[in-house]
Design a protein around this ligand. Structure first.
Ligand code: AMP
Length: 364
């Protein structure tokens, strides 16, 4: 069985690593010659919209999936005419555009920060009268890891923020004074079975995820499961999905969802009975989904911009290192490590050590 993946970055790499024990083969389409998953399967090298390459991918893969949400929806639709493609193109269409996504949340009764459409500077000025300060200006498309976003604290910020996005279609969104950020990851199979992972509690800095910790028995689990279930059902979704949420006064508010495996779920490789990567494959192949139960306490720490000395990571108790095979570059996620243990005390100690190492090399 051959799985086609649009994109050959670290997410594709970890999907392939989960697929090898299941006897699966992989073929990737990626425009980067040194894409880091390419040693784990065949690499079709070229643009995502190259018709000849897409035709070849569709011809050779039994199922096609993707590792990022900015795949042009037309590409997913073209592939779907020739082979199975999961998650469905509709999920891409919704997740790619913050305006569409937020309206989709509201249509399903999922709370989201107050927002308004901004197509011109006048729109922005007008919207601020209703949204109030502080707020965030975000481009509708192509934003990730806090890119294409500006914080608006006072009128003086409006012009520079508007100039920064260079007239791209945008939304303005109320700043949420959250007590914490969490995400829920779920998998839904072709035949409609659904499993949910325990919540991840996530720490971001500069819009980029730094630490994700599993939260078995979290009081917000049920509400998060309810919200992500609405999305899964409305989209007739297949595969792994992540929903990022803010917690404010004991309520969850949706920030965004990702129609793919997610950085906040990397701890599931060691910290859950079945990883998000394996469950993504099981879901798109319509195999029984695996248990998502947590195995002890687990937390993942991202290494951004560089990697500490391997020995310094490995010497920390109960730590598992994942190098992505990517060259180091400012602000780039190049590796992560997961602490997993049954002992709460050991967990705290190892996590502290790991977080310190990550901070030392972090250049973002
Ligand atoms: P995003 O790219 O929209 O996921 O945003 C990246 C990070 O910026 C989030 O994980 C939050 O830490 C922060 N952020 C985004 N939107 C808001 C908001 N409306 N209020 C407060 N913080 C936000």
């Amino acid at each position: 069985m051959k799985i086609g993946i649009l994109g050959a970055g670290q997410l594709a790499r970890m999907i392939a690593l989960a697929g090898y024990p299941l006897g699966l083969d992989f073929i990737f389409l990626d425009p980067s010659i040194d894409a880091c998953a390419n040693k784990l399967g065949e690499h079709l090298y070229g643009d995502y919209s190259d018709p000849a390459l897409l035709a070849e991918l569709a011809e050779r893969a039994d199922v096609v999936t993707y590792e990022f949400e900015n795949v042009p929806a037309d590409v997913a639709k073209f592939l779907a005419e020739h082979t199975k493609v999961y998650p469905p193109a509709k999920a891409l269409e919704v997740a790619q555009d913050r305006w569409v996504e937020k309206n989709f949340f509201l249509g399903l009764g999922i709370p989201t920060p107050q927002f308004a459409l901004v197509d011109s500077f006048e729109d922005l000025v007008q919207a601020m009268a209703t949204i109030g300060w502080p707020a965030l200006l975000k481009t509708r498309t192509q934003g990730y890891d806090g890119k294409g976003q500006s914080l608006l604290k006072s009128e003086a910020d409006l012009k520079p923020a508007w100039e920064l996005i260079q007239g791209f279609p945008a939304i303005v969104e109320a700043f949420v004074p959250f007590t914490r950020e969490v995400s829920i990851i779920a998998a839904r199979s072709v035949s409609g079975s659904v499993v949910f992972y325990p919540l991840s509690e996530n720490l971001h800095k500069g819009g980029i995820l730094r630490i994700a910790e599993n939260r078995a028995n979290d009081p917000m689990q049920t509400q998060a499961e309810d919200y992500i279930s609405r999305l899964l059902n409305a989209l007739d979704y297949v595969g792994v999905m992540a929903l990022e949420l803010f917690e404010v006064e004991g309520q969850l508010i949706a920030n965004e969802f990702a129609p793919r495996v997610h950085n906040s779920g990397h701890w599931t490789i060691e910290g859950a009975e079945t990883s998000q990567f394996e469950n993504h494959l099981r879901a798109i192949l319509d195999l029984p989904l695996g248990s998502t139960a947590a195995v002890g306490k687990a937390a993942m720490v991202n290494f951004i911009g560089g990697i500490p000395a391997i020995e310094d990571v490995m010497v920390i108790d109960n730590t598992h290192l994942h190098l992505y095979g990517k060259s180091s570059r400012k602000g780039r996620k190049v590796a992560h490590a997961t602490v997993r243990t049954e002992s709460a005390e050991q967990f705290e100690q190892s996590l502290r050590q790991l977080a310190k190492l990550a901070e030392q090399i972090d250049d973002s």
